[in-house]
Design a protein around this ligand. Structure first.
Ligand code: PMP
Length: 449
């Protein structure tokens, strides 16, 4: 008998906890139940994935029907109805200018595709010297080697250096820690956006391929939104220098922030964007990259095809699941619900934790909220990393029946800590109360003093 059938052994790695985790047995709405029947409220949607909760009958039916009809057909031979219709839906709702979709299996693949597309675009238009990427500190763009080079989470990068893509990092737009006393939010945004201009000048404008950023920063910083005007200035700088703007909406996209694409709230459209997570809502692994006509046309008129590809591009079952998800998000009104419930969640968090001695900032958009932990509110001093607070909070919340996503790295990629909440859009007001109560229990159990 295989050892993995015994509860105290497992052949699976990695493990995110010291002990072998309980086996998840069933999903029911906003809850996951383990094999002993214990119920956990999915306050982080896993990793901001499960936007529809866990037992959506329409998505389940879409997966079942498509599996029975056609499970797989390689895209070198066929397209498929679900993939075509999903692409149409995405383009109909996408920011202006984006009008081609490339389907992959997840977020890292979507971002890898974005970087390769940008690179091929510049070689096609006779500017092969443009290969430098500018990104931001406190960012995460995926774990494969290409996108890891671009991400600004130093802890994730350092073991794998030297990395593949020439990248330099500028400051994030992180008002809580970056805005100077007396400086307006707008001026702060312009100041940090202008770091992009300075970095382009330093590198030489004709060597820079792209600026890469998450519109609302997820895992590395805890739902940090930009200040007004920041992305408009970024767009202006990119346009001025012919640099592509690649927005990573893998975590913050698909309605999470209260609009289908987070960048809609900034009034800017990127040249390329990457989505995943909420796109399949956890029912299927799927990601996508969207790009402008200008980019794909250059490639069509040049080599003729994007020199890239994976076995599961446009997988029919994944696309069918995602088509059902997107219909619920848009026609079904769930994105609007995320915006409304997000405000309710924010109010409840502010009421309960707004004066908490160890919570310095509560922020975010829609149902994407972050709480930054501090040892001291006045000085904003972080807790010592060796206290391992994110781990302790996660364990205490788990014990209390709440899944939340506490992470370190808020301040410089290594120190600082935050808790990320990204619950399903179907959550009710009562469940907001449940999340806040359980989080309170977890913080009391895990925080010192
Ligand atoms: N970009 C961002 C902003 C993400 O949050 C993530 C996943 N946390 C990724 C890329 C990578 O996605 P995946 O884990 O699906 O490869």
């Amino acid at each position: 008998m295989a050892a993995s059938t015994f509860a105290n052994t497992s052949h699976i790695f990695p493990r995110h906890t010291q002990v072998i985790p309980p086996r998840a047995a069933r999903g029911d709405g906003c809850y996951i139940l383990d094999k002993d029947g214990k119920q956990y409220f999915d306050g982080s949607g896993g990793a901001a994935v499960s936007c529809l909760g866990h037992s959506d009958p329409d998505v389940i039916a879409a997966v079942q029907d498509q599996t029975a009809t056609l499970a797989y057909a390689h895209t070198s031979f066929f397209s498929s109805d679900p993939a075509e219709e999903l692409a149409d839906l995405l383009i109909n709702h996408a920011p202006k200018g984006l009008d081609r979709v490339y389907f992959v299996s997840g977020g890292s693949e979507a971002m890898e595709s974005a970087l390769k597309l940008a690179r091929q675009y510049f070689t096609e238009i006779g500017q092969p010297q443009r290969r430098h990427v500018i990104a931001r500190r406190q960012s995460y763009h995926g774990n494969t080697l290409g996108v890891l080079s671009v991400g600004g989470n130093m802890w994730r990068r350092e073991q794998f250096a030297p990395l593949l893509i020439e990248t330099t990092h500028i400051s994030p737009c992180y008002e809580y820690r970056g805005r100077a006393e007396g400086e307006s939010a707008f001026d702060y945004g312009q100041r940090v956006a202008n770091e992009l201009e300075a970095e382009i000048q330093r590198l030489g404008p004709d060597t820079v391929m792209a600026f890469v950023a998450e519109p609302v920063v997820g895992a590395t910083a805890g739902a940090v939104p930009p200040v007004e005007g920041y992305f408009k200035r970024v767009r202006e700088i990119c346009d001025q220098h012919g640099v592509l703007l690649i927005l990573d909406e893998v975590m913050c996209g698909m309605g999470r922030t209260g609009t289908l694409f987070a960048c809609e709230q900034e009034g800017v459209a990127p040249d390329i964007t990457a989505i995943a997570k909420g796109l399949g809502a956890g029912y299927q692994p799927i990601g996508a990259m969207l790009c402008t006509k200008q980019i794909y046309q250059a490639i069509e008129e040049g080599t003729g095809f994007f020199q890239h590809g994976h076995t599961y591009l446009g997988h029919p079952v994944a696309a069918a699941a995602s088509r059902a998800v997107l219909r619920k998000l848009t026609e079904g009104g769930l994105v609007k619900r995320a915006a409304v419930m997000g405000e309710t969640l924010n109010t409840a968090l502010q009421e309960r934790f707004g004066q908490h001695p160890h919570i310095g900032d509560i922020r975010g958009r829609g149902l994407f909220r972050g709480l930054e932990l501090v040892a001291d509110r006045a000085s904003k001093a972080p807790f010592a990393p060796d206290l391992a607070l994110p781990k302790k909070i996660k364990a205490a919340a788990f014990e209390a029946g709440l899944l939340c996503y506490p992470m370190g790295g808020t301040i410089d990629g290594k120190t600082g800590a935050h808790i990320l909440l990204a619950p399903p859009f179907i959550m009710t007001e009562d469940q907001i109360g449940e999340v806040v109560d359980k989080l309170d229990i977890a913080l009391r159990a895990a925080l010192p003093g």
